[in-house]
Design a protein around this ligand. Structure first.
Ligand code: TZD
Length: 533
């Protein structure tokens, strides 16, 4: 009879989970024993980085990724980025090695009797198989649960003595081929009602969120906006870019406050929210939920989004399917395609550091290749970032969905691993770098086409803005003197240098190409504060 380990690798192969993101310890070594040559093991030097690499990989491919962590300690290190993955509905099968079954209850080193409680509440489901022979079926359950809407991370605890046990082929043979699918289109009456509300709207508007950022929904959302001739906003605090940013109907990102959303949507009688929570606010600025005379309907695959919203109607369904259905019900768009929106004017500044962040972002729009993917974790300047961003393809932008730092740098590694044919630019605050710095090592080892662009403003810029907004005075811990990201990168054997002119930045950005290895550049920027919603 085959072992649990052999059976598991066969199943992982059948599911396409041949890339494993991990950081090993003694509990995990029996799983890694005789690691098959058609699998690849992506080592991260800290579990926060491991989790974010897998998250970036899964978001960029649109497929689940497998994570293997070391006991409760490794799992604990990954928690911040697990929260980001949960908020972004990333399908991840997260596993951790458990002690030998006979030792779990004895308080042994690396045993955690409450292992399945460690990742709560940031997983959809957590389980430790009751017997070794259940491991393959439990992993099958985990794989399907992670993928089914609303997608998200799940957790399986795997005792180390399970791998060598034998399992009957009869028990597990069917697991490799069974298909589990969700059907998400609208029934006719619900579709007719939604289409008639849109047809009857005088001034409709769309708000799009991360569920729209896939190969089908992205293009259909453009078609729907054009068919309705409706302005489009991106939902607040976006982890993805679900609409082309130079499209003439795109109006930008909604502010992340109750009053801010209501003010922006003034004048619209029907607002259709696609694939986003209603809404993910950040700063508390109270006001009416919606402007006078405005009705809101949201469509999301997440029942939690639908139930949680404080206002508006909601439909739980697949956004890409609903878009296709609506397009069949509405008159097509006027024939002539609209002219693209003009690039936001770049500030006229001398080419000497420190630069305003807006000047750096304007340079990105001018210099980056069209197929680039962007990961952003520079928090003080997000509104300028969106003003200048020029993205027209799906799965091109990634940001920590729960607001937890430590995602961006390693997520860029996972995004590049997903498709080295699309180069990656990671825009990182000088503070953010430190939360995920271990990812630099993996980028170097895999020679990935990533440019890490560190914006050095010498502090926690976003918090300086919050200090103003919250009326806080004298808060410690906001300045970061004495960090040189170039010298840190050099310690990882990563080519790195300080940028001293925008012309030099232009050269680096243009060289962000497939086949080009990783590098890090640090750009001094001016410290600015912003309004937060
Ligand atoms: N710790 C974690 C894991 N996530 C967080 N979001 C924070 C702390 C709090 N925080 C923010 O929300 S923004 C920020 C912190 C510390 C400042 C980040 O500084 P930076 O970028 O240099 O990366 P900016 O552009 O200067 O803000």
């Amino acid at each position: 009879m085959p072992t649990v380990r052999e059976t598991t690798y066969d199943l992982l192969r059948a599911w396409g989970l041949t890339t494993i993101f991990g950081n090993p310890g003694s509990n995990e070594l029996p799983f890694l024993d005789g690691f098959p040559p058609d699998f690849r093991y992506v080592l991260g030097l800290h579990e926060g980085a491991v989790l974010a690499m897998a998250d970036g990989y899964a978001q960029a491919t649109g497929r689940p990724a497998l994570v293997n962590l070391h006991s409760a300690a490794g799992l604990g290190n990954a928690m911040g980025n697990l929260a980001n993955a949960r908020a972004c509905h990333t399908p991840l099968v997260v596993t951790a090695g458990q002690q030998t079954r006979a030792m779990i209850g004895l308080g042994s080193v690396l045993a955690e009797p409450a292992m399945t409680r460690v990742p709560e509440p940031h997983v959809k489901w957590a389980f430790e198989p009751a017997r070794a022979q259940d491991v393959p079926r439990v992993l099958s359950e985990a794989f399907h649960l992670a993928t089914l809407p609303p997608a998200g991370p799940v957790f399986v605890s795997l005792p180390l003595d399970d791998w060598a046990q034998e399992v009957s082929t009869d028990e597990v043979a069917h697991l490799a081929t069974r298909r589990v699918r969700a059907a998400g289109a609208l029934p006719p009456d619900v579709l007719a009602d939604l289409a008639s509300r849109l047809r009857g709207a005088r001034t409709p508007a769309l708000v799009v969120g991360p569920e729209v950022d896939d190969e089908c929904a992205f293009l259909r959302a453009v078609d729907l906006a054009e068919a309705l001739q409706a302005p489009v906003w991106t939902a607040p605090t976006p982890p993805r870019c679900p609409f082309p940013t130079r499209h003439p109907l795109w109006r930008g990102v909604l502010p992340a406050s109750i009053a801010g959303v209501s003010e922006q949507l003034a004048g619209h009688d029907v607002v259709l929210v696609l694939g986003a929570p209603v809404f993910r606010y950040h700063a508390y600025r109270p006001g009416p939920w919606l402007p006078e005379g405005c009705a809101l309907i949201s469509v999301s695959s997440d029942p939690g989004n639908a139930a949680r919203a404080a206002f508006g109607d909601a439909i739980v369904a697949d956004v890409a399917d609903v878009l296709a259905q609506l397009l069949g019900e509405l008159p097509p768009a006027p024939a002539a395609p609209p002219a693209p929106r003009e690039a936001t004017a770049s500030p006229d500044i001398p080419d000497t550091p420190p630069f305003p962040a807006a000047a750096v972002f304007a340079q990105l729009a001018r210099s980056l290749p069209a197929e680039v993917r962007l990961v952003n974790e520079s928090t003080a300047n997000t509104s300028q970032f969106w003003d200048h961003l020029d993205l027209s393809r799906p799965r091109s932008f990634f940001f920590p969905a729960a607001g937890g730092l430590g995602f961006g740098l390693p997520a860029a590694v996972g995004v590049a691993l997903a498709d080295p044919g699309r180069p990656v630019l990671a825009v990182l605050g000088d503070g953010a770098v430190q939360y995920g710095v271990a990812g630099l090592w993996t980028a170097v080892q895999w020679n990935l086409p990533i440019t890490f662009l560190v914006l050095r403003n010498g502090g926690y810029g976003a918090l300086r803005s919050f200090v103003n907004q919250l009326g806080v005075a004298g808060a410690p811990g906001l300045d970061l003197p004495g960090i040189d990201s170039v010298r840190i990168a050099e310690g990882y054997d990563l080519p790195a240098h300080h940028i001293t002119s925008l012309a030099e930045l232009d050269t680096v950005l243009r060289a962000t190409q497939p086949g080009h290895g990783p590098r890090l550049v640090e750009v001094p920027i001016t410290a600015e504060t912003r309004s937060l919603g």
